[in-house]
Design a protein around this ligand. Structure first.
Ligand code: IMP
Length: 434
């Protein structure tokens, strides 16, 4: 059976959660492979809104399994809370619905404290992180001194590793003028309890996925954040600390790259960004305000107002390239209803230079201004539209132009937050199977 990877094609918050939720109807297993609770996926089903930070939104479908892969960094407190909330609301009724990789790294209290203290110290130069300890946890992973879920399940080993790391973390925090308000015995007790809550789910996720594929199950890989936030391919250093691109779906879950059959990018019909960093099509005017207000562009994790702008085909073309996208789903098209004109960034101007591909140099990108193509807008409400031909003429022209400019077809268009408020143009799982 085919496996599909869903990736954010912009700066995150593209509405991946809704598409993953929709595609889960056809998949058997949903897999997260990077990031942590810096992500926040909002899914609305039957008017009920659920925000998930770690567990894939596929968990809301009874009978589907969800995997948190080795590439994810896990805050055990947050995961335990999500499990409890899901159980209380009638989801996750069977333990075998959730698989937590034994090799996923654990976000510890010092990681969160370091994240916040460093951002505070950086002042105007800050990254604008979510403050969830994501970066410091990945740092410890790469420095080969991280704690993994398998350590959390072994009280003695966990105590030894905490002791080894805690002293140096306290020293580093002190240098930043911060401290950790927890003593070692209390910390060990708390994490031992969390370990017991998570133990029923902890498995060799790679092996589990291998068996699932052997049994003919189809996998849906759910990316978090977006392509331009990738630690290698994003607007470094204004990025998150993991690889958000499609290739990491294999690495971060323990399947081979040949198991990734289709890669779909999700893009808003406009664009947004949270945190610092270059954003050539940003609108700092009334139009940007209107996009923020109509699109309810406030972070699902931090509540921060998102920066807003027109859609940027240079960024999308770049996402097509580094992810190998073979389809794009456009979200929140309904938000553009009522704008007298809609614009597409088709190039950048930087002094007397022009670009039609994203410049790889950050300093150049920071100085770039977008050059736009403008098109007439539409006034029709789109919530009830389910077929391509029922979209307003101008909306279709707008989407067709985007598809032409990025050279990839549009496979679905979202016209509202509800699962069924979607125009589906291609059955991804069927196509991949052919
Ligand atoms: P971190 O991932 O918390 O280290 O934050 C690094 C950068 O990624 C900041 O600019 C964040 O705003 C951004 N970021 C992290 N997670 C998300 C997300 O899920 N959506 C959008 N931006 C994110």
């Amino acid at each position: 059976m085919p496996n599909v990877v869903v990736i954010g094609a912009q700066w995150g918050d593209e509405g991946k959660g809704k598409f993953v939720d929709l595609l889960t109807l056809q998949a058997d297993v949903v897999v997260r492979f990077q990031g942590g609770n810096n992500a926040g996926h909002t899914v609305v089903v039957g008017g009920k809104k659920t925000i998930l930070h770690l567990i894939p939104s596929g968990i809301l479908h009874p009978g589907k399994a969800c995997v948190i892969g080795n590439g994810v960094v896990v805050d055990p407190e947050v995961l335990a809370e999500e499990i409890a909330e899901l159980k209380a609301s009638g989801s996750l009724q069977q333990d075998d619905q959730l698989v937590l990789s034994l090799d996923a790294h654990v976000i510890m209290p010092w990681h969160k404290a370091l994240d916040i203290a460093r951002e505070h110290r950086a002042g105007a130069g800050k990254i604008g992180t979510t403050g969830r300890g994501i970066g410091p946890t990945y740092e410890d992973k790469v420095a080969r001194r991280g704690l993994r879920i398998r350590d959390l399940l072994d009280d003695q080993r966990f105590a030894r590793k905490v002791k080894e790391r805690l002293a140096s973390a306290r020293e580093e925090l002190a240098r930043l003028g911060a401290s950790l308000d927890v003593e070692e015995p209390a910390l060990l007790k708390k994490y031992a309890e969390l370990g017991r809550v998570l133990a029923p789910y902890a498995k060799d996720a790679s092996l589990w996925l291998h068996h699932a594929m052997k049994a003919g199950k189809s996998l849906l890989f759910e990316g978090a954040q977006g392509t331009l936030l990738d630690v290698d391919h994003g607007t470094y250093p204004f990025v998150t600390s993991s690889n958000t691109v499609a290739g990491n779906a294999a690495c971060g879950s323990g399947v081979g790259p040949t198991a990734l059959h289709r890669v779909i990018g999700i893009s808003k019909a406009y664009s947004t960004r949270v945190g610092s960093g270059p954003y050539p099509s940003e609108l700092k005017d009334e139009t940007g305000e209107k996009l923020r207000a109509v699109g309810a562009e406030f972070g699902a994790t931090t509540g921060r107002p998102r920066r807003t702008g027109w859609i940027d085909v240079l960024a999308l073309r770049y996402a097509v390239r580094v992810n190998g996208l073979d389809g794009v789903a456009i979200t929140k098209l309904d938000v553009l209803t009522g704008f007298p004109e809609v614009k597409i960034a088709t190039g950048y101007r930087c002094g007397n230079r022009t670009f039609d591909e994203m410049p790889s140099d950050l300093e150049t990108l920071e100085k770039c201004e977008a050059v736009y193509e403008s098109m007439p807008g539409w006034t029709e409400k789109l919530g009830g539209v389910r077929r391509w031909e029922d979209l307003p003429r101008n909306a279709r022209t707008y989407l067709e132009r985007i598809a032409q400019l990025i050279g990839v077809k549009i496979v679905a268009v979202s016209v509202g937050a509800e699962r069924d408020e979607t125009v589906v143009l291609e059955n991804l799982f069927q196509k991949a199977h052919a």
